[in-house]
Design a protein around this ligand. Sequence first.
Ligand code: ZN
Length: 365
Amino acid sequence: MSYLALYRKYRPQTFDKVVGQEHITKTLENQVKNNKISHAYLFCGTRGTGKTSVAKIFARAINCENPVNGSPCGQCNACKQLSQASNMDVMEIDAASNNRVDEIREIREKVKYPPVVGKYKVYIVDEVHMLTDSAFNALLKTLEEPPAHCVFILATTEVQKLPATILSRCMRFDFKLIEQNVLEEMLKNIFNDSGIKYEDEAVAFIAKEGNGSARDTLSIADMCVSFGNGNVTYDAVLQVLGVNDDYKLCELVQNIIDEDAGAYITNINDLVKDGKSLSMLARDMSIYFRNLMVIKNCKDYKGLIVVRKDIENRMLQQTQSVTNDELTEFLNEFGQVELNLRYSVRPQLLIEIAGLKCMKIKKKI
Ligand SMILES: [Zn+2]
């Protein structure tokens, strides 16, 4: 059986299926409903937040014969034709590889011809900040006098690199990082729909690692689904991502709190034997100390961190034994380790010393 990546299979086809960008999709829906289409749009935001998906939906919506609530119907001739990669009316151009003035001039020549299928020809220019200066100037000329049947959607992850002349001619939309609970809900819907079993903690962890990007979240989910053969468990997610088990981290931190150097060094040694990456360990220790700080200081910490219930209880106890000053120092120590690891020939030693220094800090403060 062929497996279709979740990211491809669940690419949204209508505005209401786009997650976490309601402030944008609502406006675009209304533009379609009221037939008030601009000629140039600028979609800004981090990768994986839905810029290209929204651009493609919009391109079909403005050409659709019977839009439903401002979204493409998916049934009419225009919707069907425009969802095929070979169509001539919705062009996707990657400015990273087509950044020269000749290529933009070629677009300028082509925009004159009317669309084949629907009312509009749509040019989606990805990573538009990669264009050269002369290519920008050529694009600007087109944006100044676009033919009535032409719509440009410029997408970028680095809006600060765009010239003001381009910015001033576009209707700008800023795509937000997608909140973790929104990503979790998206994942659960997809897993339920595909008959994939999951643990809630596994979903929460994948969503956290997705860092606000639907695409990254789904590609991590893909790896975990394949690894667990359709059963996404918390342990499987840890293994796939190569991150450290919270129980192990919890124990290491307890060793530091107890000032038990022997146990700390032995535990580090065990992790190394298991093939754990030391840079991941240093990173995870920093995250763990940060989480302790959040638990210690924020009443509503539950929305800010993801941990298992039993670990959470142990962390609550640990916060009783450390001060904010100590935690700050611990974070400094392990932050330094993260920086120094890549130049070190004895990475294990760096982590061991950092732990011992933390124990010393504990004695001093
Ligand atoms: Zn349609």
